[in-house]
Design a binder for this molecule. Structure first.
Ligand SMILES: [Zn+2]
Length: 494
């Protein structure tokens, strides 16, 4: 629809055959249309096609109010924002009206007076779906005035009655009239505000400073909540809970692929990167695996959860670490490496809540998880890799030093001079840039270390791999590391 061709005055609007439709019916009608045509629903929502989306579809078809329950970073509000895609491209409103009155059925006195005066010549304004979506993060200090409105003392002083809606300064929900309003973290609203909200949704009137004011609004009020907060006795008033016909439970990505598709979609990009950054698939797998392990870790508070933003931030950090090194070493291409993993501390911290509050334990938890993530990805990727020659070379006294600041060319030389490294690196089928080869070398070495087949010494930014006696504490120094196999779980040494 071309917005220039839309009627600009009431008379034209009436002649166009326009009929007002309540928002709930509009959502439903457009959903039915999309279901019939097979158009994709909720574009940009990854991993919910078979779980969450069908529940949202049923709730809309059933005309039910929805509350989305899920831990942090499960795209709850994004999903609800996706309801915009089910709104009409344009709806007519009275210009200058705080509550987006329909020109054919205005609720407020001012609009009715204007229509009576200007008739068919009354100008029309058009709203897009984005104009019709509002959201608010609930906190205990959100007031009735913020959400619903307050009596305007000036208007009262002018002699208007308190029961007259024109004495109200509207809050954010009435201003989203004829649209969709989302309250994030609903249980954080105070009980009094929940009562006000319920009255607005159910009885279509509100109590403002003890006065009952009738407000005929047409707003679909949806909400999100952490499941534990929502089910906690007393956090939500019963009538409001009853009002939500559909409780829809979200979840974290069920596969690494889904997690990484979200990362690709959401990560920050800049128009100019100055050089080519390639993130090898095993490195992005490590970022995804780290989150998957964190979501199972007993040391991390699972009621609060581990957001997909944790993965996104970690991926961005690995990318940035590679970029910084590439720029500093004046290289043409850059790739993240194992020695960049300590950089994840900065992006991981604060995005997880620990069960214990011991000082400094956060760094240890993250470091341990990162090791387990590398070991898990290594076990998957290097199954059946030709490693015997390389291990023999180490047994014969080979040592290899790696580090986050070393130029990629050092690793290319390493690959040329240490022949047995080649088959192991090629097993990963890395790209041909020096940066990708450097990354592959580090992954092979660290994987062997975590599989207890090589020792490693870390000295500042320098990581040295070798066969020799462990310079770091080892679980059982009497047992030669060679006997351990790849399929054993990592010991977490080092
Ligand atoms: Zn109005």
């Amino acid at each position: 629809m071309n917005p220039d061709r839309l009627p600009q005055a009431l008379g034209d609007l009436l002649r166009s055959g326009y009929v007002p439709v309540p928002v709930r019916a509009e959502l439903r009608r457009n959903l039915v249309g999309k279901l019939k045509s097979g158009e994709p629903l909720f574009p940009g929502i990854v991993g919910y096609a078979e779980t969450v989306v069908p529940e949202v579809v049923r709730a809309i078809l059933a005309g039910q109010d929805m509350i989305i329950l899920g831990e942090r970073g499960q795209a709850k509000s994004r999903l609800l924002r996706g309801l915009c895609s089910l709104l009409d491209p344009y709806v007519p409103v009275m210009p200058g009206c705080d509550i987006n009155d329909d020109p054919c059925a205005p609720a407020c006195q001012a609009c009715r007076a204007r229509l009576a005066e200007e008739g068919d010549a009354t100008p029309i304004k058009w709203l897009t779906p984005e104009d019709r979506y509002g959201e608010k993060l609930a906190t205990p200090d959100v007031t009735m005035a913020d959400l619903i409105g307050d009596i305007d003392p000036v208007k009262v002083a002018e002699g208007r009655y308190l029961s007259d809606a024109s004495t109200i300064n509207y809050g954010i929900i009435p201003r989203t009239n004829r649209g969709v309003f989302c309250i994030n973290e609903l249980p954080d609203l105070s009980e009094r505000i929940q009562v006000g909200l319920f009255n607005l949704m159910e009885e279509r009137d509100i109590q403002v400073r003890g006065h009952r004011v009738r407000l005929i609004l047409d707003v679909v009020v949806v909400a999100t909540a952490n499941p534990e907060d929502y089910t906690n006795r007393g956090r939500i008033i019963t009538p409001l809970k009853d009002r939500y016909g559909a409780q829809i439970r979200t979840h974290y990505p069920r596969t690494t692929d889904d997690e990484l598709r979200i990362v690709e979609q959401e990560r920050v990009r800049f128009p100019e990167d100055h050089l080519k950054v390639v993130v090898p698939d095993y490195m992005s797998d490590i970022a995804a695996e780290l989150s998957a392990l964190a979501r199972k870790s007993p040391e991390i508070n699972q009621r609060s959860g581990v957001s997909v933003r944790f993965t996104i931030a970690n991926y961005e950090t690995l990318y940035a670490a590679a970029l910084a090194r590439g720029l500093q070493n004046r290289e043409q291409a850059a790739s993240p490496r194992i020695t960049d993993l300590p950089a994840l501390l900065a992006s991981s911290r604060g995005k997880i809540e620990l069960e214990s509050v011991e000082e400094g334990s956060e760094a240890k938890v993250i470091e341990d998880l990162a090791k387990k993530a590398v070991a898990a990805v290594y076990a998957r990727r290097m199954r059946g890799a030709p490693l015997e020659e390389l291990l023999s070379a180490f047994e014969g006294g080979l040592t290899v030093r790696t580090g986050a600041t070393l130029p990629s060319s050092d690793y290319v030389k390493m690959l040329k001079t240490i022949q047995p490294l080649q088959p192991a690196v090629h097993h990963l089928s890395p790209g041909q840039t020096p940066a990708e080869l450097a990354s592959a070398v580090e992954f092979v070495l660290e994987g062997l270390h975590l599989a207890r087949r090589l020792n490693r010494q870390r000295d500042g930014g320098s990581w040295t791999y070798g066969w020799g006696e462990a310079r770091e504490p080892q679980a059982n120094p009497l047992r030669p590391p060679r006997r351990a196999t790849l399929d054993q779980p990592p010991s977490g040494q080092g």
